[in-house]
Ligand binder design. Structure first.
Ligand SMILES: NC(=O)c1ccc[n+]([C@@H]2O[C@H](COP(=O)([O-])OP(=O)(O)OC[C@H]3O[C@@H](n4cnc5c(N)ncnc54)[C@H](OP(=O)(O)O)[C@@H]3O)[C@@H](O)[C@H]2O)c1
Length: 169
């Protein structure tokens, strides 16, 4: 099973502010949906509850929520108390590619423990006020396997680039 991370990051690696996303980029939301559709997704509890109620659990995906709270319950979700348990659950369900969708704590743990094979990053070409950041990545250990530039428009106010990195073995 491939273990992937998917994130959108500003120029300073910023990913969130006050428990929410910082920008509104419908094209990136569509990309996120297209990439993760029909897969298992793993999310930190804080990221999960930041998703507007009408959109959660994320449709057509197995939503695995990570929490240390043994009594946590969310309808339609699988609750796990460690990243390793979440990954083995996806693997035992014959998942081919599982997506770790954030937030900051979960990205950091997955990268620190070297559990990640691929990183899908939307690089947003602007800086934002933030309190949550994507971990520093040593890109000499990763090869860029996909890159697609997008210019901002009426609905997507920032320039951005979709990039996919694969771990160099
Ligand atoms: N730009 C992006 O692509 C992107 C993507 C995702 C999220 N975000 C942003 O990131 C922010 C949220 O990130 P965050 O770092 O504050 O929180 P988070 O990573 O979403 O969630 C943290 C929570 O996950 C649980 N957790 C963490 N490590 C765990 C472990 N090893 N085992 C079991 N449970 C564990 C804990 O839940 P309990 O407290 O319940 O124990 C912890 O409080 C928001 O602003 C969100 O909008 C941005």
């Amino acid at each position: 099973m491939i273990v992937s991370i998917i994130a959108a990051v500003g120029k300073n690696n910023e990913i969130g502010y006050h428990g929410d996303l910082i920008w509104h980029l419908p094209k990136d939301m569509k990309y996120f949906k297209d990439v993760t559709y029909f897969h298992h997704i793993i999310t930190g509890r804080k990221n999960y509850i930041s998703i507007p109620e009408k959109f959660r659990p994320l449709s057509n995906r197995k939503n695995i929520v990570l929490t240390r709270d043994k009594n946590f319950f969310e309808p339609g979700c699988i609750i796990k108390n460690s990243l390793e348990e979440a990954l083995s659950y996806a693997k035992s369900n014959n998942e081919t590619e599982v997506f770790i969708i954030g937030g900051g704590q979960i990205y950091a743990e997955a990268l620190e423990k070297k559990l990640v094979d691929k990183i899908y990053i939307t690089h947003i070409h602007d800086c934002f006020q933030a309190d949550t950041f994507f971990p520093k990545v040593d890109y000499t250990q990763w090869s860029l396997i996909f890159k697609q530039d997008h210019t901002g428009d009426e609905k997507n106010k920032h320039n951005f680039t979709f990039a996919v990195y694969q771990k160099i073995i």
